[in-house]
Ligand binder design. Sequence first.
Ligand code: CA
Length: 228
Amino acid sequence: MRVLLVEDHRAMRDLIADHFRSRGFVVDAVGRGDEALAATAVAGYDAVILDLGLPDMDGIEMLRRLRRGGEGTDPPALILTARDSVKDRVVGLDAGADDYILKPFDLAELEARLRAVLRRPGARREALYTCGDLTFDSASRTAAVAGGSLDLTRREASVLEELIRAAGRVVVKDALEDRIYGFDDDVSGNALEASVSRLRRKLAAAGSAACIEVTRGIGYRLQPRPQT
Ligand code: CA
């Protein structure tokens, strides 16, 4: 799950980003509205966490521009704000915010509210995905083969999440990289291939009926192993 965090207060931004990264999210963290709009122009996000008071534009204005932008990207937006007047909330909701969190807030509450926004109708996330005997729970970020849990690294879990969401279809390599790496991630040339091959070995070792088919130079497809 890839999240864009827009917050100009450095310590607050680091705190939120670290929390969500530790929970398995890919987080791009920026401090300005123009940086946020530039990021949404080139990357797809599952959600945006947005501070209202930004140095270069109001968060509401940024959200309006994001909603107008088209590009097929319309991620749910969760607003962080110290402004608690009813008027400000209405303006934010009119501009396309999905929820509000008043500062100061608890990180656990922010995470719970974000997950709630991601679960709403229209949000593309479901809780549980399956492919053959393989399941992936996107809330707990755990995978299981025939009910037995599969031990995955955070990155492997992110790869599996993207592949199982598109089970049966080829996921193009560039698109997969876009989903699982943030701008700040230091990605070596074959990092994705390495994650995918570890994931394939783990699925095989667990005796799963699901396997990842590699189409060299194009991408990957997760599908139930053909019956022999
Ligand atoms: Ca601010």
